[in-house]
Design a protein around this ligand. Structure first.
Ligand code: N01
Length: 514
């Protein structure tokens, strides 16, 4: 690795730069090492690994995908305590894998990327961080993930509230909720986990619901000592168990693809709500009015019964404003509260969360401009006019039914294949052809038609304009098949005009911009 230092920040040249040290960035790092590439750096804006699992520590935070499936296929572990692990166990797993694969020397913490500009003359990305450091990288991997920027709702008066305000992803564990009157806004994946945990502690809890969520029962079983012993003694048993989890999840695509089947599921889930909630008026309010699966399906046995508690109120009236000490609904009623918890989700649209991040590709292309209509890319990985740039969990590769780790692994393998193909082609950079990208977009758009995702609800899978840019609308094994090989004809393979690309590029060239 080359390293030069200059007042105001270091300048370093690497083969690969990765942004983000969550599940995606760490997987990329492990597979680079396995491919014999050690000349890389992982830039992480926080001070530890883990991404969303480092940040989301709210009470009850847990995975809604089975632990044996929500882990790397190449680093399964026998001792998950239960079917769906709490966040702390997942974070411990991430820390363990980081040590096991010796990744720490490759990670720079406290490094927030502020710009990435492609230099066509030498085929390198010039990546700058908030601390003033500069990286020159041949390959540039965006692994920051779509669920890391808290979405703060634009409710009149929120900033004037004099009590405590916290977002679910920024939980303040020093703030004691015992005996407090609390408002919780939102009823998504996070709220349905923390609301049942805090309800017994607080004096009064007002849960503000804008849209009811479809919630299915959760398998709360712990793994027995015997199961864990078996998983350890006979690794093939955990592989088989993983496969069972995979195909169980994969079978859920049928109701997703066929809303008629989803309506059958709704029939049983309505019974589940009526069985768990005593008051028929509440049952009605808690029953969604959109097709099952259109928004992410949530899992909990505790969510609905929480509303049987005398100290929990479900508020379905629209919010009007927040005052210094309470929340006012459209009907004019004020509820005085000590604390407001925002279970309002994340900014998922990259055009919004990347708005302060300059990303410039070839020939004057700018990602903010190119994605003006909607974020789009090829296989959710490469984007036309942004050579040697790869995304993990990019557009159209989010899931509603299975483990995102499966998708990440397929993407990482594909990226490694791209890097190898670049060498074989004797090129300096690869750029996906716009027609290949358009073909991919047409294909996913076609597959979205007729699914529950196109049945008319609003969800974070969509842009503000209503375009679903987030979801992979097929089985995950089909994604695996489609990313098995790099189709050389889908890419332009470009050799730079300049002399020897292997030689270090001068400091002035780096700092002079691309
Ligand atoms: O966020 P959400 P989340 N006024 O966007 C409401 C993942 N996750 O943090 O539906 C009033 O789902 C909003 O209402 P509506 C998982 O993928 C994974 O809960 O838009 N309400 C909704 O009810 C999940 O899907 C795990 O009408 C407002 C809620 O806030 C994703 O993270 C665990 C509002 C936001 O729900 C996000 O979950 C937890 C406003 N102005 C989460 N703005 C795993 O286990 C928003 N809302 C892997």
């Amino acid at each position: 690795m080359n390293q030069e230092t200059r007042t105001g920040g270091s300048v370093r040249q690497v083969e690969v730069a990765i942004a983000g040290a969550g599940f995606g960035g760490l997987c990329m790092a492990i597979k680079l090492l396995e491919a014999g590439i050690q000349d890389f750096v992982v830039l992480e804006k926080a001070h530890d690994v883990g991404g969303t699992w480092r940040d989301n520590t709210y009470p009850g935070a847990a995975c809604d995908v089975q632990s044996h499936m929500y882990s790397y296929s190449f680093a399964t572990q026998p001792d998950w305590t239960k079917r769906y692990a709490p966040w702390s166990e997942i974070q411990q797993y991430i820390l363990k894998v980081t040590e096991q694969y010796g990744l720490r020397p490759y990670i720079q913490f406290g490094q927030e990327v502020v710009s990435a500009v492609f230099n066509e003359a030498n085929g390198r990305w010039v990546i700058k961080t908030a601390s003033g450091d500069t990286l020159m990288a041949r390959h540039w991997v965006l692994a920051s993930g779509p669920l890391h920027v808290p979405s703060i709702p634009n409710i009149k008066g929120l900033k004037d509230f004099q009590g405590k305000v916290m977002h679910s992803a920024q939980w303040d564990h020093d703030y004691d909720l015992t005996g407090k009157t609390v408002a919780s806004i939102g009823t998504g994946g996070s709220a349905i986990q923390y609301v049942p945990e805090i309800a017994p502690k607080v004096k009064q809890l007002h849960v503000f619901q804008r849209t009811a969520a479809w919630v299915i029962p959760r398998d709360e079983r712990n793994y027995s000592a015997f199961s864990k012993w078996l998983f350890r003694a006979l690794p093939v048993t955990r592989t088989l168990h993983r496969w069972r989890c995979y195909w169980t999840n994969e079978s859920r695509v049928w109701p997703i693809f066929n809303p008629k089947l989803a309506h059958v599921g709704e029939f049983f889930l309505k019974k589940f709500i009526a069985w768990q909630v005593k008051d028929p008026a509440l049952v009605k309010k808690l029953t969604p009015d959109y097709t099952l699966g259109c928004k992410r399906i949530l899992i909990s046995n505790k969510w609905f019964p929480t509303f049987n508690r005398p100290n929990v109120e479900l508020v379905t009236d629209d919010l009007r404003e927040i005052t210094a000490d309470g929340i006012v609904t459209k009907d004019g009623q004020t509820r005085k509260v000590d604390c407001i918890i925002l279970g309002t989700g994340f900014v998922v649209d990259p055009r919004i969360y990347m708005k302060n991040f300059e990303l410039k590709g070839r020939k004057g292309h700018n990602l903010a401009e190119d994605w003006k209509t909607s974020p789009t890319s090829y296989l959710g990985i490469t984007t036309a006019h942004y050579p040697n740039m790869y995304q993990l969990v990019g557009p159209h590769t989010g899931l509603g039914h299975n483990s995102i780790i499966f998708m990440i692994e397929a993407q990482v393998e594909y990226i490694i294949e791209c890097m190898k193909a670049l060498k074989r082609q004797g090129a300096d950079f690869l750029d996906v052809k716009p027609e290949a990208q358009a073909r991919f977009l047409a294909d996913v758009t076609e597959h979205l038609k007729g699914t529950v995702w196109s049945s008319g609800c609003r969800s974070w899978y969509q842009t503000a304009e209503g375009t679903n840019f987030a979801i992979w609308p097929k089985s995950t094994w089909r994604y695996w098949l489609e990313t098995r090989h790099v189709n050389v004809s889908d890419y332009e393979w470009v050799k730079c005009q300049a002399g020897d690309r292997s030689a270090p590029v001068g400091l002035d060239e780096v700092l002079g911009g691309a």
